[in-house]
Design a protein around this ligand. Structure first.
Ligand code: PLP
Length: 471
């Protein structure tokens, strides 16, 4: 057996032999040579491992250059494919952190396309012909939209919280309720961020109840900040109590201590008109007297990844001057996308029409059912042959750690394949180009049309149609 294997190893085609095979040499005009060599080496490595693992007699056709070169061609194509690719989100989770959170509005992508290949006045004051600040491009928009005195932006909300704490409370104490010590996916944890910022966390109250006197007892000469954190991805139900913002603000005022709120999602429009529980908007938090508010650019706002910091002029100015802000600074393309997104918000109706996140949230059941029926028609005759399908009512989620228990009624396409398991079908849809990401429940594949974009319906129907063709 062993000597048998050795003979085979010697007969494995050389790299050059595969490189000169017509199917492979055809690739040299289209793909970089090092990618082709890497693919050949991987195919040969796989072959060696397969021979190594073989227990019984070895099949000599394995060494045939024709199937091997076919494998090389497939491998070259897969190695050359960019890692980031479009996926179709059929999960119904709107702000899906794993799938890139927000889709930018069309107007935003147009602006990105036109400006990203030219120079721009990023840090140049065109009026004075001098160096300017990158933050001016969004500051006026943000202050107009939220009535904040001042605004600035950093890389994401985690960075916003970090730099705000470092600026306002390094080496001193920050008081926070035990009911708000949240961990957000991707390991953003309030106690850890606090430690990184150099601030000392002073926890007050209990998990379910925190009273004003809990804060009052801990306020002292070392207190730098009172912090409120939006619970975002969890809820406390039953016997609960939280201190209202006006009470927290007046406590802060009495002692000359600023109050900061990490809003998490940070909505700019009131979504309660869609039957969604009232989320505090940034404007409302500021109107109630919060001194510093931070939130994400790519959660409910529906813009690019960014961390927005709003508040009183002198505090925002201090944060801006912090060296950390330089390290966490927002990039040119992001700033451009954020500016254009915020410009849309100047007219709230326009925002609801044009910002994909808001549009998806506001879609009603009847509209979604129509969309689902359209998808069913596109799938057509596939049904009778290989799968049974029906529509049912289900629930979409907002995601992104916002409103975790909020269920938006939606129309779901249920697919039960006849010749494979739902898990297999999920995997095939996931390996489609572009991948279609679905949910599986009780051996049924579920597609929520809410998060499938109109121009993707055809592709989804095609992917379902192809399921049985590639066996
Ligand atoms: C999401 C979230 C963060 C982190 O925001 P990123 O923009 O993802 O960095 C911080 N705090 C709260 C309360 C959040 O919900």
């Amino acid at each position: 057996m062993e000597s048998d294997k050795k003979t085979y190893y010697r007969k494995i085609p050389s790299v050059d032999r595969l490189l000169n095979h017509p199917a492979v040499s055809d690739l040299t005009s289209k793909f970089p040579r090092n990618v082709i060599i890497k693919a050949i080496n991987q195919v040969l490595d796989d072959l060696r491992s397969a021979i190594e693992a073989d227990r019984g007699p070895i099949d000599p056709s394995r060494l045939d250059v024709n199937p091997l070169s076919e494998r090389v061609v497939a491998k070259v194509k897969s190695l050359d494919r960019p890692s980031l690719c479009q996926v179709i989100n059929a999960t119904g989770v709107i702000v899906h952190t794993n799938l890139g959170r927000s889709l930018l509005a069309e107007r935003v992508t147009k602006r990105l396309a036109s400006l990203s290949s030219s120079y721009c006045n990023l840090e140049y004051d065109l009026g004075r012909g001098k160096r300017g600040s990158r933050y001016v491009h969004v500051e006026a928009l943000l202050t107009d939209l939220t009535s904040a005195e001042a605004a600035m932006v950093v890389n994401n909300n985690a960075a916003a919280v970090l730099v705000a704490l470092e600026t306002l409370a390094k080496g001193r104490e920050v008081i926070v309720s035990r009911g708000q010590l949240v961990e957000i996916g991707g390991s953003f944890r309030i106690p850890d961020v606090m430690r990184k910022s150099g601030a000392r966390m002073v926890e007050v109250g209990t998990t379910n109840k925190t009273h004003l006197y809990d804060y009052e007892e801990k306020v002292g000469p070392e207190t730098a900040l009172l912090l409120k954190v939006h619970r975002s991805n969890f809820e406390i139900v039953g016997f609960t109590e939280e201190v209202e913002i006006p009470d927290l603000v007046s406590l802060g005022r009495r002692h000359g201590i600023p109050v900061m709120e990490d809003l998490g999602s940070g909505c700019l429009v009131d979504l309660s008109q869609y039957g969604i529980p009232k989320e505090p908007t940034a404007r409302e938090a500021l109107m109630q007297g919060i001194d510093i508010v931070t939130f994400s650019g790519d959660k409910l706002l529906g813009g690019p990844q960014a961390g927005i910091i709003l508040g009183s002029k002198h505090l925002v100015e201090e944060i801006r001057k912090n060296q950390l802000s330089r390290a966490l600074r927002i990039d040119k393309l992001t700033l451009l996308a954020l500016e254009e997104t915020l410009r849309i918000y100047r007219d709230e109706r326009e925002a609801l029409r044009e910002i994909p996140t808001l549009r998806m949230i506001s879609q009603g059941y009847r509209e979604l059912r129509k969309k689902a029926r359209r998808l069913v028609r596109m799938i057509g005759t596939e049904e009778s042959r290989n799968l049974s399908m029906h529509l049912s009512q289900g629930f979409s989620r907002i995601g992104g750690g916002a409103l975790p228990s909020q269920e938006l009624p939606t129309c779901v396409l249920n697919l039960s394949p006849k010749e494979m398991s739902a898990r297999d079908m999920e995997e095939r849809l996931r390996s489609h180009d572009p991948p279609v990401i679905v949910r599986v429940e009780r051996d049924t594949v579920l597609l929520d049309v809410r998060t499938i974009q109109d121009n993707e319906l055809k592709v989804v129907a095609g992917a379902i149609g192809k399921l049985h063709a590639v066996k």
